[in-house]
Design a protein around this ligand. Structure first.
Ligand code: HEM
Length: 264
């Protein structure tokens, strides 16, 4: 937002940033190289996996090694702390709201009756409260502040003419805690994401807590450039949280006012 001194002088902060980026690149490329080596060794040994069991990396390698490597590194850089922070936020919300945790456990017990019950595709379609808990924790502890896009055509936004090529930042962060969009915004209420059951007259009563404008809540962005990892994240969070809640009672007995903060 300010004139960028770092373009002309290598400031200590720039050096620190570059060092961190180099570190992230080294770690991710080491993992990707290791996976490529393993796949190449398996190919030499004649191991053939059906398409459905091949990894994204394995499929991309057949098209272009460089693209495959960069994609796999991107996925590690974009996918590790994002998922773990979101996972932690969901657990924190459940720990702080034991009555909601109990409702969730009741739902999970139905799909995982035994301690070691297997997840099935069908069972995971039947967990609306789990999905609602995850969404509600993403509202309370949002990972991203919003999205950005370069306009590809001249547009009118809120009455302003904005020319093509302009970078537009959409930052709905404060709306996520506004009463206007989320009644009882300070409370962890997964119920706001649940469609009300149909009553005996076949009517579905309105859920007063429900969000009216879906674009206010886009934790994974929207459109062709939305998060490519969303489905992986959904699966990781749903399976991980269901398993934990099934087998453990989650508590967190420490202060949580600044549970997440951006380091200075
Ligand atoms: C809870 C976890 C995550 C959240 C909340 C999240 C959120 C986001 C958001 C908001 C965007 C920008 C979307 C837009 O501008 O419309 C994005 C992009 C992206 N995400 Fe994620 N992400 C998560 C996990 C992951 C994972 C696990 C992966 C990889 C396996 C991943 C890979 C990517 C990539 C590659 C992009 C760039 C897509 C593009 O520009 O076309 N993310 N993510």
């Amino acid at each position: 937002m300010k004139p960028s001194i770092w373009r002309y002088v290598k400031t200590p902060k720039l050096m620190k940033l570059m060092k961190s980026l180099d570190g992230a690149q080294e770690i991710t490329s080491a993992y990707v190289d290791e996976a490529i080596e393993r796949l190449e060794k398996e190919a030499k040994e004649g191991v053939v996996r059906p398409e459905s069991e091949q990894s994204v990396l394995e499929k991309l390698l057949k098209i272009d090694k460089k693209v495959a490597t960069v994609m796999a590194m991107d996925m590690l850089m974009a996918g590790v702390d994002t998922t773990s922070s979101t996972f932690t936020a969901a657990l924190l919300c459940l720990a702080k709201n034991p009555e909601k945790q109990a409702i969730l456990r009741e739902e999970v017990m139905k799909v995982l009756p035994e301690k070691d019950s297997e997840f099935t595709e069908a069972s995971m379609k039947n967990v609306p409260y789990l999905r609602a808990c995850i969404k509600e924790s993403q509202r309370i502890y949002p990972l991203v502040i919003g999205n950005g896009r370069f306009l590809n055509r001249d547009s009118v936004l809120s009455g302003y003419q904005v020319p093509a090529g302009t970078c537009v930042s959409m930052v709905p962060l404060s709306l996520l805690s506004s009463e206007e969009h989320f009644p009882k915004a300070a409370e962890f209420l997964p119920e706001r994401w649940i469609r009300n059951a149909t009553d005996s007259n076949g009517q579905c009563p309105a859920n007063d807590l429900k969000l009216k404008i879906p674009f206010v809540f886009l934790p994974f962005g929207f459109g062709p450039r939305m998060c490519v990892g969303k489905r992986i994240v959904d699966m990781e969070l749903e399976l991980g949280i269901a398993r934990l809640i099934r087998n453990f009672s989650i508590e967190f007995n420490h202060p949580t006012e600044n549970a997440f903060r951006v380091p200075p």
